[in-house]
Write a protein that binds this ligand. Structure first.
Ligand SMILES: NC(=O)c1ccc[n+]([C@@H]2O[C@H](COP(=O)([O-])OP(=O)(O)OC[C@H]3O[C@@H](n4cnc5c(N)ncnc54)[C@H](O)[C@@H]3O)[C@@H](O)[C@H]2O)c1
Length: 253
């Protein structure tokens, strides 16, 4: 089958589809034939992405809202049995040392990054199993594989995503589910720009530090991450399960 046809006839959910990495994944999947439910809290940006994805539907929702995620999964049923799930919705939270993280910020970070990922799995994976199986890609981070001094609370939340994904991989493979996580390094999206902006007067220095300590000396692009995600979702990756794949230019090598 030609590369441009890898997802013809497949149905899936992409969260965080309005911006950055989720957006490029959605565009790539749609270009290769998938019929998608695109979910994000940013309705205007999501509508614009959905317009560029043939056959896609947009759903404005907060991934941490259990009822909204249940409704979104029920909507998927009317598109067709889902066999693809990508959980890209995420937030960075405050870039401060652990003792300085406000309780409300901690709770929100874990509500979106951890609970939001789990709610998508909770409602979509049983439907995939009923359909005979499917592929899941979660969004962790390089900061979910190694401790991070700049955004430690985010790092903790992404570490949870890695082991949630590996637990799914080990517990559901017999029912046809493959689950892998991508662990991007610094990718040029609004979230990366926010991480620099939070340094205030030190923004330029933080950007330069981040670029300089990458072996490739540059940030990644959303397209480079989307290519890895589409590979992990595709049948070409049929024996890849439980992987936490760095897409980071060698930052963690
Ligand atoms: N950009 C990077 O350098 C980088 C590195 C490692 C991991 N990641 C991860 O990749 C994923 C995508 O990040 P990005 O860089 O594209 O960020 P981004 O901010 O450009 O996009 C994130 C999207 O998620 C949506 N979102 C956030 N909270 C939501 C919620 N509660 N409900 C629904 N939608 C919500 C936003 O509206 C936005 O459209 C995130 O999980 C992020 O943690 C990014």
């Amino acid at each position: 089958m030609a590369r441009a046809d890898r997802f013809v006839g497949r149905v899936g959910l992409v969260t965080g589809a309005a911006s950055g990495l989720g957006r490029d994944v959605a565009l790539g999947l749609a270009q290769e034939g998938a019929r998608l439910l695109l979910l994000d809290r940013d309705g205007a940006a999501l509508a614009e992405v959905a317009r560029q994805c043939p056959g896609a539907e947009a759903r404005v929702a907060d991934v941490s809202d259990a009822a909204a995620m249940q409704d979104a999964a029920a909507r998927l049923d009317r598109i067709g049995p889902p066999t693809l799930l990508v959980t890209a919705a995420g937030i960075l939270g405050p870039t401060v040392p652990l003792p300085e993280v406000a309780e409300a910020d901690w709770d929100r970070l874990f509500a979106v990054n951890v609970k939001g990922t789990w709610l998508a799995l909770k409602h979509v994976v049983p439907r995939m199993e009923a359909a005979g199986g499917g592929a899941v890609v979660t969004f962790a981070s390089g900061a979910g594989l190694a401790g991070n001094a700049v955004f430690p609370a985010y790092s903790a939340s992404k570490g949870a995503v890695v082991l949630m994904t590996r637990s799914l991989a080990t517990g559901h493979a017999a029912k046809g589910i493959r689950a892998n996580a991508v662990c991007p390094g610094p990718i040029d999206t609004p979230m990366l720009r926010d991480s620099f902006a939070q340094a205030g007067d030190g923004a330029a220095a933080r950007e330069e530090y981040t670029r300089a300590r990458n072996p490739m000396g540059r940030f990644g692009t959303p397209a480079e991450v989307a290519a890895a995600v589409l590979f992990l979702l595709s049948d070409e990756a049929s024996y890849l399960n439980g992987v936490a794949l760095p897409v980071d230019g060698g930052r963690l090598a």
